[in-house]
Design a protein around this ligand. Structure first.
Ligand SMILES: Cc1cc2nc3c(=O)[nH]c(=O)nc-3n(C[C@H](O)[C@H](O)[C@H](O)COP(=O)(O)OP(=O)(O)OC[C@H]3O[C@@H](n4cnc5c(N)ncnc54)[C@H](O)[C@@H]3O)c2cc1C
Ligand code: SF4
Length: 573
């Protein structure tokens, strides 16, 4: 049996009882499913969207830019269907099939918030940027040291072996730097900086001791790994990768779970709520709505992982009411839905690099540069304007013939001139800043606004506050200064003033903590008061660091799944 011939529980009556249920087949859920299946547990994955089989369901993966009918654009009908996502520049002709339908899945923006969702097997692992960084104790200790939010119930040493476990399996390319604020991963060889990036790196590091520029750490394979092929630098990842060269649930973790023979996937299954038995003091299953028939049904298991992605998970927990939990499963603290965080996005600077006009780069490297956080990492780097910090992503490229769109002219000579040389070198950096966990930044169930299936939707009430705005100001000031010292010309700063959500790193609405009075989950990601329910997606995060979070979700998922397996073996669950 191929790893892609899944056992689908289309016939709902076939089997209602499993050892484990995982809600959501995306980045975190697929990791939980893999670990549970490999330990021999019969596992049902409930996925609200359609089936996406690796390779077979990537009809566009070999298309070139000229093959697209709308040259990458989307029709007015599609803009309407994706009326939220269209505000971002992510929605395009190639990726539109992977984005959720906003008309069927509305949400209320009490304050502007971009909630970018992907409702299909694999979730957003088909679309992500693959930037992959470990967190450090600077992150895990920050809340406790600064008296902000609640303390993380774990430290770096608790998660470090699970980072290694995940990294060795999925393959992360990058350069080891030995920085305490950005621990090194188990790296495959790094991708290469281009000639301009090498020059800019040298100049920035020379002018600003303590600042480092490196190649991005990415979940792309720079050499064959675990039966998967090497990245060919095509930068067509959002169309699906025929070489399995980047990590997605569809190409890596779901096939691995399937290989065990223990996995069943039920597509078109919208998890409505977790069923909690007041007498037993634990959860017994999950209530779902069949997305096609509208029928409601129940599935049962000893352990349940809720991995529907931060806000969808929160919605499911809020819907899961019982005598014991009238305000939502695990919500004794009243913190469920609160402390929503994201990273600030698209603030930075760009400029033109003079030199290297005789040089180009090979391929379309699906990666850029990274400048790790350098503020507030010790006494010398302490800021009196803000707490925490930011990192930059960016890169150098040649402008190409597309630059003609902004130049006056027409006709054959005009086009010939544009084609004659590859255009000037440009370099840009854009910051990702940490957001603090504010109780007031929250989501709640909106019972007046229902989705296609008659279910209450979410109302999102979230905004940047003083600290995030101060970080953004510093991001731009530092970016302008660094580009100037790096000798760039025509430097301009940019601040797209994006609202929260654009960073697509939403986190925190069912946070981990020591105390059930102030948190929803314990140190092993178990719901306080319902220990056989685990939440290991971004909802569990107690703070949000400034680095991309998905590696941490995956490591926490693997760690929690192995905790559940061990507790089950001890008959504690
Ligand atoms: C364009 C883009 C770029 C990104 N770049 C990066 C990056 O470079 N680095 C990084 O770390 N992160 C990045 N991210 C974020 C990353 O994709 C997410 O952090 C990650 O996918 C979250 O994993 P998850 O399992 O929580 O959710 P998802 O991967 O979103 O999976 C959730 C799954 O649950 C399903 N689901 C939802 N509700 C229900 C329900 N009620 N019942 C059943 N199933 C349900 C969904 O259909 C989906 O399949 C990016 C995201 C996007 C979109
Ligand atoms: S850039 Fe690499 S990972 Fe992305 S689609 Fe091409 S070969 Fe696959």
């Amino acid at each position: 049996m191929s790893n892609y011939n899944y056992n689908y529980n289309i016939d709902a009556k076939k089997n209602m009882t499993y050892d484990a249920i995982v809600i959501g087949s995306g980045m975190s859920g697929s990791w939980a499913a893999k670990e549970l299946c490999e330990a021999g547990l019969k596992t049902l994955v409930l996925e609200r969207g359609r089936i996406v089989k690796h390779i077979e369901d990537y009809p566009d993966m070999q298309k070139e830019s000229w093959d697209w009918e709308l040259r990458g654009g989307v029709t007015p009908e599609e803009r309407k269907k994706h009326y939220k996502a269209v505000r971002s520049n992510w929605l395009g002709e190639a990726s539109k099939k992977f984005w959720a339908n906003d008309e069927e899945n509305p949400y209320t923006e009490i304050k502007p918030f971009m909630w970018l969702r992907a409702h299909q097997m694999g979730g957003r692992s088909q679309l992500w940027g693959k930037q992959t960084y470990r967190w450090s104790d600077l992150d895990f200790e920050a809340n406790a040291k600064e008296g902000i939010g609640v303390d993380w119930p774990i430290r770096y040493k608790d998660i470090a072996p699970w980072y290694s476990h995940v990294e060795k399996y999925i393959g992360i390319s990058g350069q080891a730097l030995g920085l305490p604020q950005l621990p090194d991963s188990e790296f495959l060889p790094p991708m290469q900086l281009n000639c301009v990036e090498k020059d800019v790196k040298a100049r920035i590091e020379n002018a600003f001791p303590g600042r480092t520029m490196t190649i991005g750490r990415v979940a792309h394979l720079t050499q064959p790994h675990n039966g998967r092929g090497q990245c060919m630098s095509r930068n067509k990842c959002s169309m699906g990768c025929p070489y399995s060269a980047f990590f997605s649930a569809n190409s890596v973790t779901l096939p691995a779970a399937n290989y065990t023979g223990n996995l069943t996937i039920r597509p078109w299954s919208i998890a409505h709520s977790v069923i909690y038995d007041d007498k037993k003091g634990k959860a017994t299953g999950v209530k779902i709505i069949d997305a096609e028939s509208g029928e409601m049904m129940e599935y049962y298991a000893k352990i349940i992982f809720v991995n529907a992605s931060t806000l969808s998970t929160t919605r499911i927990l809020m819907n899961s009411t019982s005598d014991r939990f009238p305000n939502g499963l695990g919500n004794d603290s009243g913190e469920l839905g609160h402390n929503l965080m994201d990273h600030t996005y698209r603030v930075g600077a760009m400029g033109v690099f003079e030199g290297h006009e005789d040089s180009y780069y090979k391929g379309r490297r699906p990666n850029g540069i990274y400048i790790p956080r350098y503020w507030n990492i010790n006494e010398e780097t302490k800021s009196d304007k803000f707490v925490r910090g930011f990192g930059y992503q960016g890169g150098a490229y040649r402008k190409g013939w597309g630059r003609g769109a902004n130049v006056e002219g027409f006709g054959a000579d005009f086009k010939d001139n544009l084609m004659k040389d590859p255009g000037p070198w440009e370099f840009f950096i854009t910051g990702f800043a940490e957001c603090l966990p504010y109780h007031e930044n929250k989501v709640s169930l909106d019972k007046d606004s229902l989705d296609k299936w008659g279910q209450p939707t979410l109302a999102i009430d979230c905004e940047w506050k003083e600290n995030e705005l101060a970080l953004n100001k510093q991001i731009q000031e530092d970016a302008l200064e660094m580009l100037d010292k790096a000798g760039l010309k025509d430097i301009v700063g940019f601040d797209n003033k994006h609202e929260p959500g654009f960073g697509i790193h939403e986190m925190g609405t069912a946070r981990m903590g020591h105390d059930p009075k102030t948190s929803v989950l314990n140190a092993n990601n178990q719901v306080h008061g319902a220990p056989n329910v685990y939440v290991t997606d971004g909802a569990c995060m107690t703070s949000n660091s400034c680095v991309n979070p998905s590696l941490t979700y995956m490591a926490l998922s693997a760690r929690a799944a192995n905790h559940a397996i061990s507790e089950l073996n001890k008959q504690n669950l």
